[in-house]
Design a protein around this ligand. Structure first.
Ligand code: FES
Ligand code: FES
Length: 165
């Protein structure tokens, strides 16, 4: 975190950062050296969809969209957030693509826990918005960073593929 700050050499403790959160302009005064985007979302903005799983960038349960890219929010420092756009699962509730995805997850029974699933949905949404060929192999590869400990990855992939058809 400190390295990021030194690299930027622009923002200091007590400075204000500006960013977009689910389409709304937000400001935040940096008063702690070690805050991640995940803790900012959950603790300061009461957005609880992104979950703390491993805290090490290895499970994907904390994924959100940063500048339209699915990223692990536990690995993003607030020092790196200035002028960025962040979208959480809460911010997609009226989005047509997301609504189709959600319906497909329900139909395919592709969610067994409430823990990994918001990260899965964010990753799937991001894949649908990428200009890539969507098939079983490409989706499996894209979802490698999202761990499902109960073994229903195949259902998640099926739900995802149905939306892309
Ligand atoms: S909590 Fe962020 S990747 Fe696991
Ligand atoms: S559905 Fe969440 S860990 Fe498998």
């Amino acid at each position: 975190m400190l390295l990021n700050r030194l690299k930027l050499n622009l923002i200091n403790m007590g400075d204000k950062i500006d960013f977009l959160l689910n389409g709304e302009a937000k400001k935040y005064i940096i008063n702690d050296d070690d805050i991640t985007l995940l803790s900012l979302l959950r603790d300061e903005f009461n957005l609880k969809a992104a979950k703390y799983g491993c805290g090490m960038g290895q499970c994907g349960s904390c994924k959100v969209l940063v500048d339209r890219k699915a990223m692990n929010s536990c690995q993003i420092s607030i020092w790196d957030l200035n002028k960025k756009s962040v979208v959480t699962l809460e911010g997609l509730q009226q989005d047509a693509v997301f609504l189709k995805l959600k319906e497909s997850f329900f139909k395919e029974n592709a969610a067994q826990c409430g823990f990994c699933i918001s990260g899965m949905l964010i990753s799937c949404y991001s894949i649908l918005n990428k200009k890539i060929k969507i098939d079983k192999e490409s989706v499996s590869k894209e979802l490698q960073e999202n761990l499902c400990r109960c073994g229903i990855h195949h259902k998640i992939i099926k739900a995802m593929l149905k939306v892309s058809m």
